[in-house]
Design a protein around this ligand. Structure first.
Ligand SMILES: [Zn+2]
Ligand SMILES: [Zn+2]
Length: 63
């Protein structure tokens, strides 16, 4: 097992950043340097308007 760093979000190697909130290791593509969080945490703390866990009624595709 290498500790090179796999991005928790995309699973790619080269993750060099650690989320200051959840502690996840993420690559620069999934790290928000402005807040120091991973993109998931950054999305939660900064409004979190489009979360995967809770789809809003905006995307309605029902019968
Ligand atoms: Zn990534
Ligand atoms: Zn995080």
């Amino acid at each position: 097992m290498s500790v090179a760093g796999l991005c928790t979000v995309c699973g790619n190697q080269g993750a060099e950043y650690t989320c200051d909130r959840c502690g996840s290791l993420v690559c620069d593509r999934h790290y928000e340097p402005s807040v120091g969080f991973c993109v998931e945490c950054a999305g939660e703390v900064s409004g979190g308007r489009n979360q995967d866990t809770q789809p809003d009624g905006t995307d309605t595709y029902q019968f």
